[in-house]
Design a protein around this ligand. Sequence first.
Ligand code: C2O
Ligand code: CU
Ligand code: CU
Length: 471
Amino acid sequence: MARKSINRRQLLAGLAGTLAMPSLNRLSFASLPDRPVLPIPPIRDASSGRIHLRIQEGAWSFDGKRRTPTWGFSQDYLGPVLRVRRGSELSIRYENAVSEPVAVHGHGLHVVGELDGGPQRAIAPGDSWEPVLPIVQEAATVWYHSHTHMKTGPQVYKGLAGVIIIDDDNSDSLPLPRRYGVDDIPFVVQDKDFNRDGTLSYNKLGLGRFYAAYVMVNGAIRPRVKVPRGLVRLRILNGSNGRFFNFVFTDGRPFHVVASDGGFLDEPVEVTSLFTNPGERYEILVDFSDGLATTMRSIPADRTPENYQLFDPIQGEQTIGYFEVDRNLSADSEARIPSHLNEIARLDIADAEVTRHFLMETGQPMTINGKAMDMDRIDERVKRGTVEIWELEGDLHNFHAHGCSFQVLAVNGKPPPLHMRGWKDTVITDEKSSFIVRFDYTAPDEFPFMYHCHLLEHEDMGMMGQFVVEE
Ligand code: C2O
Ligand code: CU
Ligand code: CU
C-alpha cells in the first residue's frame, strides 16, 4: 500500500485550514462568572494495601455548572493520586466496568513488560487485572492512563488518567513543600471541546493533531488555585491528547523546576517559562511569599531557545489558572528552594554499544521507520543492561519509551536546556532529538514495551512500535 507522506508545509497549511473553520458546534463558556476552584483528586496510599480502581462511567462538571458524561477510575473523572514508597509495592486491582476493553499503563514506572500495562494487557469488560508493581525507582511523579489499542486518545480524553507519586528517603529529606493539595499540588493540564448540549466532543483536527478550545486543570476549566503565602510545589503533568503548553506567569515571576519525568534534577533550574508536551511531567516551585495573585498562561513559545514559533498559529494564548493567595492557609516556614536535589549518575556515550534510529512520519497511516503499529510484530530487540543511543527524527512529534528513564542528549539538534538534563521518558522531536538509555527490565514477546509518539491520536493512528528486552 502506498503511504501518503505529508511535509511540514502541507501539514501547517492543513492546520491553518482547520483553524479558519467557524466553530459552530462549540459550547460557549464565554461568561464563566464563577470560576471553578481547582479540584484536588483524593489520594490513596499504597501502604494500606491493594488499591481498587474501578474503570467506570460517570458525570463531571468541567465548568462548575453543567455535568457531562465522562469516565474515571473509581470516580467520575480522572483517578485518585496514588502514593507509594520506593522499596515497597504498588498493588492495584483494575476492574473494567465500562463496555469496551481497556488497558492501563503505568507511564514512567520501571517495571517488567508483564506489568507494564501495554495494549496486550487489555482488560475485557467485566474483567479485572491485579498487578503488583515493585517500586524500585527513585522519587518521581509518574502517571497511569489508558493504553488501549487504537483507543488511547478517546479513552484518556474521557478521563482515564491519574497521577502516581513515588517518595523515597531523598524526597523526604529535601525541604520541599509536602502538604498534599495545600502546597504540594497535582496539576494535570488538558484541553477539551464541548458540544452545544454541553457534552464532551472529540473531533480529530488536521491530520490527527488534537487541539481543543478549553484548557483545564484537574478537570476544571481555568480554575482558581488557592495557595498559601509561601513556596508552592506544582506537579505538572501535560495530560493533554496533543497540545503543547508553554507555561508562564503573567507577572513574569520566575519559578524553579526541581524534577522532570523520572525524578529530581541535580539542582533547581530557574526559568520564566516552561515548555511541555503530552506525557511530560515537571515539578516546579513557585514563590507566593509576596502575597500577590497571578495568572498562569500558556503563551506562544517563540521566546524559548528551542524556537517553537511554528506552533504559534495553532497554539494561541491560553489561560491555565488563576492563583490567589489565601490567608487562611498557613505557609510552611520550613520549605525553601534547596541548592542541591539529587545525584544523577550520567550515562556515558563512550559506553554505548548500540545506536537505533527512529524516523517518525506524518501521514495515513502515521509511521515510525516506515511501519505502522502492528501488535503481531516486534520491531526492536534490546539486550538488558546495554547502553544504547536512540536517535529520533520527525516533525511536530514527541517520543516516549516504556520500561526506562533516559537522559536526553539533544533536543531538536541542540543541547538540552538545563531542566531537561535529568531523567526523562518523553521528549519533543521536531527535527532531530536523541537520548542515551540503559534498559534494566525485561519484556518478553508476549508483553513487549512500546515506543511511540505521545500525541495520542498519532499513537492511535499507528505511530508506535514494540520492543522486547532480553537477558
Ligand atoms: Cu504514556 Cu505508552 O504511554
Ligand atoms: Cu509509558
Ligand atoms: Cu506525533
